[in-house]
Every structure is written in C-alpha cells, then in structure tokens.
Design a protein around this ligand. Structure first.
Ligand code: IPD
Length: 265
C-alpha cells in the first residue's frame, strides 16, 4: 500500500477487518439453501456484523469523531463536531444476497464538511481503492488515473436504476433513452461505491445515479477527484452533493457533454 496518514491506515485496517468477516459470510450465502427471507436475514446480520467491526476499529482509534453509517438508527455527533466517519459496511447488498462477487466496504472521513479521505474495499477481488486529499488515488500499490477517452461514442458509463417503484425511474429511463444512442454502453453492476472507484480507475468513463445516500458515495467521490475526475450534483442548484444524492462523475474530457445529456429535462 502507498504511504498514507494515520487516519487512512486506520480506515484501511477497518475495511480489511470488515472484509474478512463479509467474505466468510459470503461463502455461506453462496451455499445457503434457505428461503429468500432466510438469506435476507442472514445478509442483514452480516451487514450489521461488518458495521460493528468498523465502528469498533474507528471509534476506538478516534473516539471524538462523529459517526454516520447505513445500518445505524441515527447519526452520532462526536465531541469533535468538525470530523465524522461516513460508512457503508456493505455496498452492493443485493449482489451479496444473490451470490454475486461485486460488493464493497466504503469508509470516508469528512472534515469541516469536506471529504478528506476515502477507502472502497472489494474483498472478493482484493482491490483496495483509496485516496486522501491532495495525495492522489490508489488501487493497492498502483496510482489511479481516470480514463483519457474524449469521444462519447467510445465511452462506457455506469449507473444505478431505481427498483421497487423508486421515484427516479422515469428520469432514469429518459437518461438512458438519450445516452444509449450516443455512447459505447451502459452498465448497472449494483454497487455505487465501486462504480465511482471504477471511474477513478479508468474502467468506466463516467457514472451517474439518483437517489443515493451519503454513505454510498462519500468515499468514492474523493477517489474520483484525486484520480483527476470531476464529480458534481446532477442539479447544481440542489443541496450539497452528499445530501442531494444525485451525482455525475466522469473524466474531465467527457464531463461537460455527459452532464448536458443527464441534466436535460
Ligand atoms: C445500493 C447500491 C446500488 C445503488 C443503490 C444503493 P446498498 O447500496 O450502491 O448500486 O443503485 O442506490 O442503495 O443498499 O447496497 O448499500
């Protein structure tokens, strides 16, 4: 791993510990011959167990920081109100439940309203994506850089599609109607944190999604930015990116053209 700050090392350690627990449970899920409800409950327990591991690691090391996490009933305000951890112990829960090895642990650190470090760990592929403000983005030992593609027709994008009656379905279908004819393809792999990490790695040329939560995207945003990519709200007039949960990310060459397509209503 590249040299990082003490905080980054703590985050990586916590992500690895949670990853070990999740990998063990994932093998179980693959073998589980139980009803969907049984598997769902099992995955929910795996998710909570991973979160408990992360919380123990982070809050022991930095007891004054705040804590915002997906599987927590409410946010914990820290003694130090300027810093908080933003955690999704298992991003890509549906993939996990269905035995598909595409899910991740996502941990971000926010300071004075700005994300200053992020870790997205894909334990099934042993890929640790991480970044700190001003020091670049990394995948294991290698420096990350967003793709250099500048032609929409050669670009591959990722998105997330609303399910179960999500309110953004019409908007997402309109996006696809405009984007698909002018690009090389759109993927929907089901883990927002990894979608952003893949933009940083130049695997995807861009990504957009609506209806996300802070814990889905906080770590991924800094990883994309530190890899030289752009991230912005779909609605620039909306709330802050983390609160709004509707974002576009892409390499700098494609960003404006891509954003124009997604922002057209
Ligand atoms: C979900 C995933 C998915 C995205 C959903 C998220 P979760 O997070 O990131 O890709 O489309 O909007 O809620 O529930 O698996 O942590």
């Amino acid at each position: 791993m590249a040299q990082g700050s003490a905080n980054l090392n703590i985050m990586v350690k916590a992500a690895r510990a949670a990853g070990r627990s999740l990998v063990k449970d994932f093998r179980e899920v693959e073998n589980l011959q139980v009803s969907m409800k049984g598997a769902g409950d099992f995955v929910s327990r795996a998710d909570h167990a991973a979160q408990a591991i992360i919380k123990e690691e982070l809050m022991t090391a930095r007891p004054t920081y705040g804590w915002l996490a997906e599987e927590e009933d409410s946010e914990i305000e820290g003694k130090d109100p300027t810093r908080r951890w933003i955690v999704d112990p298992l991003d890509g829960t549906t993939n996990f439940l269905h035995g598909m090895p595409h899910w991740a642990v996502s941990i971000a650190l926010e300071h004075k309203g700005e994300i200053v470090a992020g870790v997205v760990f894909d334990p099934a592929k042993d890929e640790m994506f991480y970044a700190e403000k001003g020091t670049g983005a990394w995948l294991n030992e290698s420096r990350l850089r967003v793709s250099g593609r500048s032609r929409m027709i050669e670009a591959v994008f990722a998105t997330g599609l609303p399910f179960g009656g999500g309110k953004y379905l019409p908007a997402s279908l309109q996006d696809l109607g405009r984007l698909l004819p002018v690009c090389a393809g759109v993927r929907r792999w089901g883990a927002a944190a990894l979608d952003l990490a893949y933009v940083a790695a130049g695997r995807y040329d861009g990504y957009w999604e609506r209806g996300l939560h802070a814990w889905d995207i906080a770590a991924g945003i800094i990883i994309v930015r530190e890899a030289g990519g752009f991230v912005d709200a779909i609605r620039p007039e909306g709330q802050s990116l983390l609160e709004d949960g509707q974002l576009i990310a892409a390499n700098s060459e494609l960003f404006d053209g891509f954003a124009k397509i997604i922002r057209t209503r």
